[in-house]
Design a protein around this ligand. Structure first.
Ligand code: DAK
Length: 264
């Protein structure tokens, strides 16, 4: 399968899935999300694969979020479709019968952080920065973070990081349980492979069953929460603040927000 923004390979039962748009810090545009969907399906269904490792291309970023330049033009209806499209792909990762490990090799922001949250395990290099800057763009997280981040680190911390948009160092992320391990920059892939190999030694059917059981832990309210998140995300796209936030990012200026009723 030929992809433009995704690279996949398989070695010793471990699959490598790389998001590859380094010039845009691997930001997720629609094309990349659709390719990701296909790649996840291929690898999750491949019997030779026991563990999937997901990372971003290059030195700087895992994924620096959804593509703001593309998202800027969405209306409310398109925003809802975009949100649901991303949510479905991320749900496929969560539901994949094999463990997926995020190797966080740099910025994991917004939709990039949400991608990492949909994975089973997260290992980050010491220089990685994680976080949810969406409210500084006049939107909210729309690919599952309101639910998955709260589930992982608790509602109190999730609210703190989403309300402030503050970035989280790998060290801090490790302390609060957001990531499983932090490594030296040049050791990230070795450590991730070590973990994958440890999992591969065990019974694949047991791992699949354990994953399904653990995922049920908060699944009952996840679906409803995700629907509400997509609806609220979409409603951001009729506000002045969303236009102001995204225009300012592109112009590299500070946004002047007015609140939901401001402007348009
Ligand atoms: N989108 C598009 N382009 C991006 C990008 C992004 N998220 N992040 C970086 N880039 C581009 C930059 O514009 C720049 O392009 P050129 O100017 O060279 O053309 C290039 O990548 C290199 O970035 P910088 O020059 O900014 O690099 P720096 O090292 O100075 O800064 C940075 C790195 C990661 C701190 C900075 O690039 C940055 O703040 N990026 C934006 C991070 C961010 O705000 N991410 C969250 C995006 S919002 C939805 C569901 C989910 C979401 C949205 C909708 N629905 C349900 C509809 C999720 C939303 C988000 O993820």
């Amino acid at each position: 399968m030929d992809f433009k923004n995704i690279e996949i390979s398989i070695e010793n039962k471990i699959a490598y899935l790389i998001i590859s748009r380094p010039k845009a810090l691997n930001a997720l545009n629609k094309e990349t999300i659709l390719e990701l969907k296909k790649a996840v399906k291929i690898l999750c269904e491949d019997r030779k694969v026991r563990v999937i490792i997901l990372r971003g291309k290059g030195e700087k970023a895992f994924v620096a979020g959804a593509d703001i330049k593309e998202m800027k033009e969405l209306d409310q209806k398109e925003a809802k479709q975009f949100s649901l499209m991303g949510q479905r792909v991320f749900q496929k990762i969560e539901d994949c019968k094999k463990p997926v490990i995020a190797a966080i090799n740099g910025h994991a922001l917004g939709g990039g952080m949400e991608l990492a949250l949909a994975c089973d395990l997260r290992i980050a290099s010491e220089d990685a920065k994680l976080g949810h800057p969406e409210v500084g763009l006049g939107i909210i997280p729309g690919f599952g973070a309101t639910q998955r981040l709260s589930s992982l680190i608790g509602k109190g911390l999730a609210k703190e990081y989403i309300y402030t948009g503050r970035s989280i160092s790998a060290k801090k992320a490790n302390i609060i349980g957001l990531i499983n391990q932090v490594t030296k920059k040049d050791e990230l892939m070795d450590k991730v492979k070590e973990l994958a190999k440890e999992i591969v030694k065990n019974s694949p059917s047991s791992i699949t069953k354990a994953k399904a059981a653990i995922n049920l832990f908060d699944q009952s309210f996840l679906k409803e929460g995700l629907e509400k998140e997509a609806e609220l995300f979409a409603s951001c796209f009729k506000t002045y603040d969303q236009k102001e936030g995204m225009k300012s990012f592109i112009k590299k200026e500070k946004p002047q927000f007015k609140g939901e009723q401001g402007g348009k």
